[in-house]
Structures are given as C-alpha cells and as structure tokens.
Design a protein around this ligand. Sequence first.
Ligand SMILES: Nc1ncnc2c1ncn2[C@@H]1O[C@H](COP(=O)(O)OP(=O)(O)O)[C@@H](O)[C@H]1O
Ligand SMILES: [Mg+2]
Length: 389
Amino acid sequence: MKIGAIASSPEALAKIKDILEKNLNEDQFVFLERRNDELEIDRIDLFSTNVLIIDSETVSKADLKAISSCTKEHSNPAIIYATNHTHEAGLLELMRAGVMEVISYPVISSELLEAIERLRLRRYIASTYRPRGKILSFISAKGGAGATFIAGNLGYSLAVDCKQKVLFIDLHMQFGDAAFYLVETAGSGTLTDVISQTGLDSTVVASATTPVTDNYFLLQAPDSPDKAVGIKPQHIDNLLTVVIQDYDYVIVDLPREIDAITMKVLDRSDKIYIVFQPVISYLRAVTKVLNLFNLLGYESKKIETILNRMDKGVVISVEKMEDAIQKAIDWVFPNDFINATESVNTGIPIEKMRPHIPLSNAFKAMAGQITELEIDIKGHTSWMQKWFK
Ligand SMILES: Nc1ncnc2c1ncn2[C@@H]1O[C@H](COP(=O)(O)OP(=O)(O)O)[C@@H](O)[C@H]1O
Ligand SMILES: [Mg+2]
C-alpha cells in the first residue's frame, strides 16, 4: 500500500516514520509536515495513496473541512486521525467528515499499526472478495446433544471423502473439547496465538492449527479462560475473513451462550446447525434457540436442525418432533453409544475407526449432500433410506 502522513510537528513526523519504517511490509511512504498548521492535503497524490495519517491534539474546523472535501471526492485514501479530541461529539464529527480510524495522540505504535492492518484488510476484502469457502456453525440445543461430535466428524468426511480443505474452529472460550474428539495428541497452538497477531494472514492461522488429516485442521480454543479475555468480536470477524479465502469449509463449534462473539459468527455463517436429541427436554431447548434466532432476524433457510442419537426405541416420531419444534428436521443421526464412546475416548474420528457403520455413513451422506458430490457409501444404508431426507 501507499501510506502518506501529514504530521503536526517534526517530532511527531519522526515518530510516525520510525513506527512505519520498522514495520516489514512492502509499503511505500510519503512523509509531510503541516504548513502553518494547515494540512494542504493536495500535496499528496490522492489517487494513488491508500492510507493517510493525520495527527493533531485537537481537531480544527479547517481540518474537518479539508478531510470532508477529500473524502467526498476520492475513495482513496482512507484517513487515520490521531487526536485527543475523542469525546463522543468529536468522534462523530471526525466520522462524518469521513475519517475511518481515530487513534490516540501522540501516536502509539501498536494502535497505528493495528489501524493500518484493519484498513489493509478492508481494502483487500473490497478488491478481492470472492470467498472461497463456506462457514458452517454448530450449536448444541442443550449440553451433550452431540454438536461437537457431529461438527468434528462431519469435517473429517468433508476433508477425506469430499477432498475439501477444512478448518475446525473451537470457540468454546471455556473448556473447549473438540481436540479430544479428533486427535490423539493436540498441538499447543490455540485461537489466542492467532488473535494476538497484528498482521493476521493464512500462514499465521496455519501455524496455530493442529492437523487432523493432511487437509483437515483444527484451531483449538484458548487453553484457559483467562487467555480468552482479550478476544473481541472484531478479532473473530477478521479471522473468518482471512480463513474463508483459504479453506473450502470453516466449521465453527459455538458455545450455547449467545454473546457478541457468537452473534458475529452466526451473522457470518452460511448455515447454522442446531443439534438435539429425541428427548422432550431437548425439543424444548430447540424451540427456545429457534425463537431466539428468529428474534435476532436470521433467515430460517440458513438454520438447519440435526436430530442426533435417533433409535428404534424412540417412541416419539420424527413428524411429532417436527410439530413440536415447528420446523422440519433436516438431518438424522443414529444412536451408537459404543462406537461414539470409543471414538471420543481414543481421539480417532469415527469414520477412521469404523468406516462402514451406519453412524459413519451418515456423516458421509451429509458431507456428500453439502458438497453436492457423489460419495461411494458401502455397508449398511437401509437405515439412511428411512431417516435421511
Ligand atoms: N450419535 C451418537 N451416538 C452415541 N453417542 C453419541 C452420538 N453423538 C454424540 N455422542 C456422545 O455424546 C457425547 C456428548 O457429545 P458432544 O458432542 O460433546 O455434545 P455437545 O457438544 O452438544 O455438548 C459425546 O461424548 C459422544 O460420545
Ligand atoms: Mg460441545
């Protein structure tokens, strides 16, 4: 990118220069100082400059005017303004004038670099946004429904049977457990390692993941709740933007608490799967989650339901359950306590452990339908004809 700066004093200019030149990106710089306190923005080639940094202890009317006329006429550059003028009304004035980022004055290195990275990402999104992949989120209607188990094993089938590049993100900021389900020993990298990076890109993400297969990767939750403290919705949003360019499917295992981070993921998801079991208390829980999603305004076609641990012995019919939750049941997975428990206890995906049992076949069938690929499913499938829609 081409980055310009118009500094308020020689000292301020030296500081900005020092911060930018230490940064190893291949950016080009133009450094100027104000003339008699005036910005005189036209000294900069506005067409080719992507980011313009301006600093001033307080914000003058003259600056606001100069910035408004610049942002009205040109889509470049994005303006970063460093000032102490950060009470609400002052911020509003700057935003109205078209400033994209407001940071403290005098400039602090981390703040300036982060603001630049956000603008870089935004520009990158605007120019190249053709997401390669899809985001599939899983949420348990009630703890223990099998959301993590299904999300993790579906990822395996997408990667192995459908040859897709898959990333699993465990977003349980407390007590994430997906790693136990998918690998015998997990690596040490977690979400915290990714979030703390300034220039987030796909190599940073890749180095924090644990491979499950050669095209299925797991990004673990922070290993203790205190490490999750600084994680903000904006971090997760940026992370999704980056990984969606690099993976065909991004599977997110969501906690049941709906907070600002969960909502950010739900907003960005292509599909949201709610997992439940054929038990009255779970049906009530599904209804609650569906009502909440309705209140939050998610289109119902984005939401799918997965009935897990279905069994011949279950007395309530699928139709009755659909009546109870007032929504079609999209996927049904059979109960298989022995094999599921063995898979979870050993950290071996179920399909790897028992490739042809009905439970593994259900994952293959779902992965095949999601990717619209023909999957060769061997073994017992009569169960699927009955339940799979
Ligand atoms: N289809 C199934 N049949 C039998 N047991 C299952 C099945 N799916 C999941 N389980 C078991 O349920 C337990 C809880 O699943 P989990 O995915 O951790 O639930 P959640 O993430 O919804 O809280 C797991 O230990 C797993 O062994
Ligand atoms: Mg879980």
